[in-house]
Design a protein around this ligand. Structure first.
Ligand SMILES: NC(=O)c1ccc[n+]([C@@H]2O[C@H](COP(=O)([O-])OP(=O)(O)OC[C@H]3O[C@@H](n4cnc5c(N)ncnc54)[C@H](OP(=O)(O)O)[C@@H]3O)[C@@H](O)[C@H]2O)c1
Length: 351
């Protein structure tokens, strides 16, 4: 069996789940591990992943990673504003001959600004490598699931993808209060100002997801407009990342509308919340796909863990790792360049 030589980049909640999936996958050989945290440097990948020793030591030295002979890097760094902040390191990885799978966007890298696209494409040419996004949202809910849902429609008016995720368990204060904007004063924040940090990290990433969705539908978007809404905490909230004070943002409904031919065709609506007070339905499914057309289609999706899995890892985290594992053969077989994930994904995992 061909073994893909893979490097894991970053070991947060997502990175660790991907690392475990790599170590558990018979067709993958882990050859490198990049970490940010000083305490993790030098540790065996198996210790970080709570798996048997692997002989692969975590490093904070990018040069060491670049020097490795590897097929793919699984890039799971924390999203940083503005969207594209990780381009510089992706460019180095791609130029060194490694394919890259990112869980932070790149759903439709062809829609990036000409400057970003040119730099990434040049790196792919230099390294003979491919860049592709994976993950759930961005990565799957709109770009894959919603597109498949429309394949039984003879007329398509509008597709809305609604995601609802309680975020109380997320522990990183930098991510929760910084990147995602929780806790800010709603009165002083204009969520539809693209310069607001969280919006500057997310707007481009979800515009890409909409562009990939449209492209699978055979359409090109004219523009993407935001209609984000923020809600204040009804009381002090003790959350995984710390104390969220009453009145601070406890719920953001991120909304991106994609227009084609002058009319609204696609909407991604994401509810990330620390309390359910501002939800219409206090127990929403993870995703709702609402297709308006002939016929209309309604799909509600929840993910569940295998009953034997008693770890704290969520079904969503496991699914992100699954999408990454299944993406490895795709980027390895692809011609060098920027790749939008194809609709049909061959399975890499053993049953
Ligand atoms: N596409 C999807 O469906 C999907 C789903 C979930 C999450 N995500 C993305 O994945 C990212 C990581 O999520 P997570 O749950 O793993 O977050 P997390 O648990 O907070 O972990 C953050 C990670 O960022 C690394 N890090 C530390 N300092 C950093 C820096 N200055 N710059 C960049 N990275 C730094 C950490 O490295 P070490 O621990 O290795 O030292 C850690 O791996 C999120 O930002 C999110 O955008 C995507």
């Amino acid at each position: 069996m061909k073994k893909y030589r893979v490097i894991q980049w970053a070991t947060g909640a997502m990175g660790k789940t991907c690392l475990r999936a790599l170590l558990d996958c018979p067709s993958v050989e882990l050859v490198g591990l990049y970490v940010y945290g000083e305490a993790k440097a030098g540790q065996d990948a198996g210790d970080i992943a709570r798996r048997p020793p692997t002989g692969v030591k975590a490093t904070r030295d990018v040069e060491e990673i670049l020097a490795l002979d590897a097929d793919v890097v699984i890039h799971c760094a924390r999203l940083a504003p503005p969207y594209g902040s990780h381009d510089a390191e992706l460019i180095r990885l791609l130029a060194s001959g490694k394919n890259v799978i990112s869980i932070n966007g790149y759903s439709q890298p062809h829609s990036l600004s000409p400057e970003r696209r040119a730099a990434l494409e040049a790196a792919c040419r230099q390294g003979g490598s491919t860049l592709m996004g994976a993950g759930l949202n961005p990565g799957f809910a709109a770009e894959q699931l919603a597109v498949v849902a429309t394949s039984i429609c003879s007329r398509l008016d509008h597709v809305e993808i609604v995601e609802s995720v309680p975020c109380q368990a997320v522990r990183s204060p930098d991510y929760v209060f910084g990147v995602l904007g929780f806790g800010s004063d709603p009165a002083t924040v204009d969520a539809n100002d693209g310069a607001w940090g969280p919006a500057s990290a997310l707007n481009g990433m979800y515009a890409d997801a909409l562009a990939a969705t449209a492209s699978h539908l055979g359409l090109t978007l004219d523009r993407v407009e935001t209609d984000h809404r923020v809600f204040g905490a009804t009381r002090d909230l003790e959350i995984g990342a710390g104390l969220l004070k009453q009145g601070g943002i406890s719920h953001v409904n991120w909304r991106w509308n994609g227009f084609a031919g002058g009319r609204k065709l696609l909407t991604i609506s994401i509810h990330w919340y620390m309390e359910t007070a501002h939800l219409d339905n206090p127990e929403p499914p993870l995703w709702q796909i609402r297709v308006e057309g002939e016929p209309g289609v309604r799909i509600a999706v929840d993910l569940s863990k295998h009953p034997s899995d008693t770890t704290r890892v969520s079904a969503e985290q496991i699914a992100v790792a699954g999408s990454v594992i299944n993406a490895i053969p795709i980027v390895c077989a692809a011609a060098p360049g920027l790749l939008t994930r194809p609709l049909a994904t061959p399975h890499q995992v053993s049953r």
